[in-house]
Design a protein around this ligand. Structure first.
Ligand code: FE2
Ligand code: FE2
Length: 256
């Protein structure tokens, strides 16, 4: 089974390059299952709307994951309840709308896709993601577990990789928008990478026009953040998973 995972789609430039290029990338890698992080899909890069989610599904995503910007656009709340293949972090408070995992059939296997959020340098609202991961693999029956760990700290993401080693087929990081070169298969068959990158204008500061970001850091008053449309790419990773539900290879992928 070949699983393609795609980094955070940022704004209109991200939506545009995703819709133009995802099918080609899927074909190139022979993807059986595609997971796209859509937490920054709106024009201002915060959240997602039902219409944008439909566009991401139409572009070729089987599952959409989110993160700390899940509720950036509140129009999404009812949709999160109704549509089972778009996920908000599992470790969010129970009263917040949406699902944290989903099950689907792929290559004769039951696959569980889950979204978790880290707590280091992020909101304090989510519960312990490691306990949530334990709950998932102990309580939800599946042959293959795939986890998008949306987190700021490299250390917390690596710790999750080891926590799920041998229990999940793949653990990948999102949120930081810059691909890391540490893709590997851990000792018990879990494919891992700290960050799979982003989808949109990579000539930018994590997807935002660099001039604007620089102004902000220098204490100048800035306008609403505008996503960059310079050097647009779709970035992600591919996990090859064998019959036993173990990862045998992981590599980074990118298409312009
Ligand atoms: Fe993001
Ligand atoms: Fe994020």
């Amino acid at each position: 089974m070949v699983v393609l995972v795609i980094g955070d789609v940022v704004g209109d430039p991200g939506m545009d390059v995703l819709c133009r290029r995802l099918r080609q990338l899927k074909k190139q890698v022979g993807a059986d299952l595609t997971v796209v992080n859509g937490e920054n899909a709106t024009p201002v890069g915060k959240g997602i709307t039902p219409q944008l989610a439909e566009e991401i599904f139409n572009a070729g995503a089987d599952v959409i994951t989110l993160g700390n910007h899940t509720y950036g656009n509140r129009q999404i709340c009812d949709y999160l309840e109704e549509q089972e293949y778009i996920l908000r972090p599992l470790n969010y408070p129970i009263q917040q709308p949406g699902h944290g995992y989903t099950l689907l059939e792929c290559c004769g296997k039951t696959v569980c896709v889950c979204n978790l959020q880290g707590r280091v340098g992020l909101d304090y609202i989510p519960s312990d993601p490691f306990a949530a991961a334990d709950w998932l693999v102990e309580e939800i029956r599946a042959d293959v577990y795939l986890v998008d760990f949306h987190a700021e700290a490299t250390s917390e993401k690596q710790a999750m990789g080891y926590h799920l080693n041998g229990r999940a087929a793949a653990v990948w990081g999102t949120h930081t928008h810059v691909p890391t070169a540490d893709e590997r298969v851990l000792s018990k068959g879990t494919g891992y990478i700290t960050d799979i990158g982003m989808t949109g204008g990579v000539d930018s500061v994590i997807g935002v026009r660099w001039e604007q970001s620089l102004h902000m850091f220098r204490g100048e008053l800035t306008e609403r953040f505008k996503p960059s449309d310079r050097d647009c790419r779709v970035q992600g990773a591919v996990f090859e998973i064998n019959e036993q539900g173990k990862c045998v290879a992981v590599r980074r992928v990118e298409i312009a």
